[in-house]
Write a protein that binds this ligand. Structure first.
Ligand code: ADP
Ligand code: MP5
Length: 279
């Protein structure tokens, strides 16, 4: 018999193009050696050019998915992606409380506050932004906004690295334990810096910036890699540091697919001589 792997739960939407959303999360969990569990929140009609529509899953079905797997298999860490509506957000908040997921509880909770696709298509109803602030951020072990999400949540436009710190402070005021302000959209530099802070410890995670348009699913892949390593027992700074090295390589190996933006790729993890996930 083989040892049971750790489990990671993603609460997110489906991307029919397979590059982002729940598909990216499961691929990343597999690549990082954890068993992926899913609570589907919405089905998007999506390809490399954009999101052509979505239908959300009834909130009680989202809750039931979480409760069913948590009660039977156990969850070692969880993350959110696309949550679509204020009703789903409120339901997820109540359900993670009920099963012991979240800041200050047994199971770490990564909140990726997905608001729109990289093409600018909405993935969150406008009125749901306040629910992210009030229902999800206080429950987050770590929140992982990109710069558009930072602006929507705090009103701060990060146009240079020096402003990432101010943005992190503003987000910490909503109550998450850690904030990771991702710097992927800060163009014009050869480096790509994500800033991690809990208000006391501030860590600049620097990586190479690759000159590629194919970064679809990058945020989901990073948040999932962090979640997977939290599930394996790493603390937040170590899980984020491993996650940053993981996504850097996935961007380096991204590929074109379709007429638009191709996905980041964890295929390198399948190579026989690839480094262990914690290397
Ligand atoms: N061109 C790039 N080269 C290397 N790393 C990148 C590149 N673009 C984004 N990243 C990294 O990918 C992750 C996702 O970042 P970002 O693009 O800011 O978020 P999102 O995908 O949510 O919009 C971050 O760790 C960021 O540093
Ligand atoms: C279902 C779903 N979840 C998340 C994203 C964000 O990913 P990206 O920013 O790469 O478009 C997406 N496009 N679709």
């Amino acid at each position: 018999m083989t040892e049971t792997p750790k489990t990671a739960l993603t609460i997110a939407g489906s991307d029919s193009g397979g590059g982002a959303g729940i598909q990216a999360d499961l691929r990343t969990f597999f690549a990082c050696g954890v068993h992926g569990l899913t609570a589907l929140t919405a089905v998007t009609v999506q390809n490399s050019v954009g999101v052509h529509g979505f239908t959300e899953i009834p909130a009680d079905v989202v809750a039931a998915q979480i409760e069913t797997v948590a009660g039977d298999m156990g969850v070692n860490a969880a993350k959110t992606g696309m949550l679509a509506t204020a009703e789903i957000i409120a339901t997820v908040a109540a359900t993670v409380d009920a099963v012991g997921i979240g800041r200050g509880r047994r199971v770490p909770f990564v909140v990726d506050p997905v608001a729109a696709s990289m093409h600018g298509d909405p993935l969150l109803r406008e009125e749901a932004l306040e629910a992210i602030r009030t229902e999800l951020l206080p429950r987050a072990t770590v929140v992982t906004p990109n710069l558009d999400e930072v602006r929507l949540l705090t009103g701060i436009s990060v146009t240079e690295e020096t402003v990432q710190r101010e943005a992190a402070e503003a987000l910490l005021a909503f109550g998450p334990q850690w904030v990771l302000v991702k710097g992927g959209h800060l163009a014009g530099s050869t480096r790509c810096v994500d800033l991690l802070s809990d208000g006391t410890h501030v860590v600049e995670l620097e990586g190479r910036r690759y000159d590629t348009p194919h970064t679809h699913g990058g945020g989901d892949t990073l948040a999932s890699a962090v979640t997977a390593h939290l599930a394996k027992g790493l603390g937040v700074p170590d899980a984020v540091s491993v996650g940053k090295r993981f996504i850097e390589r996935c961007v380096a190996e991204s590929y074109p697919l379709g007429q638009g933006v191709g996905p980041v790729s964890p295929f390198w993890r399948l190579a026989p001589d690839s480094p262990a996930p914690t290397d």
